[in-house]
Design a protein around this ligand. Sequence first.
Ligand SMILES: Cc1cc2nc3c(=O)[nH]c(=O)nc-3n(C[C@H](O)[C@H](O)[C@H](O)COP(=O)(O)OP(=O)(O)OC[C@H]3O[C@@H](n4cnc5c(N)ncnc54)[C@H](O)[C@@H]3O)c2cc1C
Length: 445
Amino acid sequence: MTKVIAVGGVAGGATAASQLRRLDPDIGITIYERYEEISYGSCGMPYHISGEVETRDSLVNMTPEKFKQKNIDVKTCHEVIAVHPHNNTVTVLDKKNNIEFIDSYDYLILSPGGSPRILPVLKDTPQTFSLNKIEDLDDLMAYIETHNISEALVVGSGFIGLEVTENLSERGISVTMLQHDDRIYKNIEADMNGMLYEAMNEHGITLKLNTEITKIDGETAELSNGETINAPLIISGTGISPNTGFLKSSGITLTDKGLIPINKNGQTNFDNIYALGDAAVTRYQHVPGLNMQSALAWPAHRLAHIIANQISGDSSITHEGFLGTNIVQFFDCHIASFGLSEREVADIPHFVVDQQQKNKSGYMKNAAPIRIRIYVDKKSGLILRAAVTGTAGVDKRIDVLAAHTRLGGTAFDLINIEVAYAPPFSSPKDVINMVGYKAIEKAKE
Ligand SMILES: Cc1cc2nc3c(=O)[nH]c(=O)nc-3n(C[C@H](O)[C@H](O)[C@H](O)COP(=O)(O)OP(=O)(O)OC[C@H]3O[C@@H](n4cnc5c(N)ncnc54)[C@H](O)[C@@H]3O)c2cc1C
């Protein structure tokens, strides 16, 4: 019997295993997961802090027992500590019994994700938490309750920092956010993030820019600006590093950041070893010469589908790269983008189109501003990067732009996108169409 091993049992690993079982009822599948739980919705975890997600168990999609019913063998608390591609085996550590053993595979799927980077000053401080796995959420919730937490420090202003800040605040906890430099949420242009500052002001969030923690003394933190503040709870949101240390001597190619490059089939440099998720690096769909890492759930789910098809024998389903479409909510701010980073765009000759107007007919009572900026490739007219901000209708606009770009549409074609119009939804010249008109004019300059 053909045998598949998946390393990692959450977004990528569990999804690839389920898809594979759907396609092939007979193939042998084992998932090794180093922690207790599998197959949960990490993305929903911040929303349990506020109670928006009422129970933590509603985040859990599948259990080992449910996988057993699908004839998928799940070994939790089992860490794959080495891979031996030349004889198709892995070394596994059974963490509960402290026993090492060897298992063999015909195909190996690597979806080990990433681990939070914790600043040295915060290591071993009992009040510091990150939010990476569901056990982190359990620990955090227990700490908030048993310590009666009413104030917190959030370190970092990436999407996890923002989401956790919003949800702590919605829970009634007063939050101070620290950012080591002078710019928050770098997924969006510096001159488009003003609404985040306004929202912080409105909701009583204290933001300290250019500030780092220099020392923790009990429940107080000394800051680089000389202040000492209460820090009974600290959330660390300073990014992740790929969990690929166990691959270092395997012969599987890793980038200098420890990411696993994959080809259009999802394969690594070994034909029968596939990778996906936060630890994989691939390429942009619309600028194929450029590598990209998309540490998001959507790409993990798409690659799971592709890899499952490849392994079950359908080589026609391939990976065409990603746009990296992303969106975050911070109170009533919605911020979205896709495509190259601002830094990457700078290397390609382009022009910029910027448009701000109302998200629906301006005479409607609750019409709100929406802003779109696109970076247009001078040669091809393709949208290299798009950024959208507003309080309503942002998801619709970014999705239209991303779908259009994904299918090869240019900035000039945007005038022809038939945006569904009635006054409560848009306007006859929607912001999408307006950037198209402006792009046509700009290209003539
Ligand atoms: C708080 C939070 C909010 C998020 N919100 C969003 C969102 O709104 N939208 C979005 O698109 N994405 C979001 N994400 C990101 C998304 O969850 C990840 O991109 C996705 O989970 C990546 O899937 P993965 O399989 O690569 O890694 P994971 O889902 O992290 O799974 C990897 C698993 O592998 C296990 N593992 C690692 N090494 C080994 C080993 N050697 N042996 C055995 N097991 C191992 C790990 O323990 C882990 O359980 C969020 C993530 C977090 C943490």
